[in-house]
Design a protein around this ligand. Structure first.
Ligand SMILES: [Mg+2]
Length: 174
């Protein structure tokens, strides 16, 4: 069985737009501190799988082709650093829709685990929101949060991506 490093997008791969959505490649700002995390996880044999809520589509503020364009730009940017993602799961459902896929529900993670034949116990989910950790726990994967969190919120947490890189490098195994 394989294992994966699951990644939230906004706040982990790219800068969050507070109160808004990344609607075009021009608005996509890569967080360079994530690159060593991606490269090192890949070297250790982890698949890199994006798990992202994008309700801007559900709200009609952007289209699915806008979202695809953002993700194509993201992938070519990451590719230049040897950090192209292996798969992308996006949920465009609205927060109010009781979606089984929208985080904190674990639907996207469970789909990815089944489709890529992953050993959940050996997978990690790296995010920056408590709902990322909730989804991860519900899917039976280990959880890592960047930001100000308490020790109960996730298996590990660090104040920023640079420190997460050091912490993850000790827990991600070959
Ligand atoms: Mg986020």
């Amino acid at each position: 069985m394989k294992r994966a490093l699951f990644l939230d997008r906004d706040g982990i791969i790219n800068k969050r737009i507070i109160g808004g959505y990344v609607r075009s490649p021009l608005e996509f700002e890569l967080l360079s501190d994530v690159l060593p995390i991606l490269v090192s996880a890949r070297q250790k044999g982890y698949l890199l799988i994006l798990i992202t809520n994008q309700q801007g589509v559900g709200k009609g503020l952007m289209t699915t082709s806008d979202l695809d364009a953002v993700h194509e730009a993201m992938q070519s940017l990451l590719d230049r650093h040897g950090a192209r993602l292996d798969a992308i799961y996006a949920c465009t459902d609205l927060a109010a829709s009781n979606s089984p896929r929208r985080k904190p529900a674990p639907g996207m993670l469970l789909e990815a685990i089944a489709e890529h034949n992953l050993d959940a116990e050996q997978c990690w989910f790296l995010g920056d929101s408590i709902t990322d950790a909730q989804a991860g726990k519900a899917a039976g994967v280990r959880t890592a949060l960047v930001g100000e969190f308490s020790t109960n919120d996730a298996d590990i947490s660090t104040p920023n991506l640079a420190q997460m890189q050091r912490t993850l490098s000790t827990v991600l195994r070959y």
